[in-house]
Design a protein around this ligand. Structure first.
Ligand SMILES: [Mn+2]
Length: 148
């Protein structure tokens, strides 16, 4: 399964990183992948496996030194159509320093898989976000991705 391989790559890349509450970072990545476990995707196991693999890797480009080409060759996806989808999705999910948060969310909204993964990411980040600007920003992002 591609997912197991992606999980290994993500776990190695995030090794030593922790969340604000001290939890190993990889657990967040796994919850985001698990968030894609709804019935529609489960009906298509190969696609589901690929989508979960992309999801578990969603923070690797932004937060670690591992590159897209490392990931693609690690997964055996170099120069394949799934490799291109992985490229595009991970790039869209990586925020450029020059983009405002709103621009970043609107960019994600143009891509279905990136939108599905970002909604799972936001749901997990909202689990223990304390009231404040960051929480409001996440709630606004969920609204934009779902409703607008
Ligand atoms: Mn994340």
């Amino acid at each position: 399964m591609l997912y197991e391989l992606a999980l290994e790559i993500a776990a190695a890349a995030h090794n030593g990183q922790v969340r604000k509450d001290g939890e190993p970072y990889i657990r967040h990545c796994v919850r985001v992948a698990d968030g894609l476990d709804y019935d529609y995707f489960k009906a298509y196991p190969v696609i589901h496996d690929f989508y979960r693999a992309v999801a578990v890797l969603h923070d690797v480009i932004e937060d670690t030194n591992v590159t897209l080409s490392d990931i693609k060759s690690g997964l055996g996806l170099s120069n394949t159509s799934n490799g291109h989808i992985l490229d595009l999705t991970l790039l869209v999910l990586t925020r450029n320093k020059s983009d405002s948060y709103l621009d970043y969310i609107l960019k994600i909204k143009r891509f279905g898989l990136a939108t599905a993964i970002k909604l799972c990411d936001l749901a997990d980040n909202l689990r223990n976000a304390s009231p404040g600007n960051l929480k409001e920003k996440y709630i606004m992002a969920v609204y934009i991705l779902k409703e607008c």
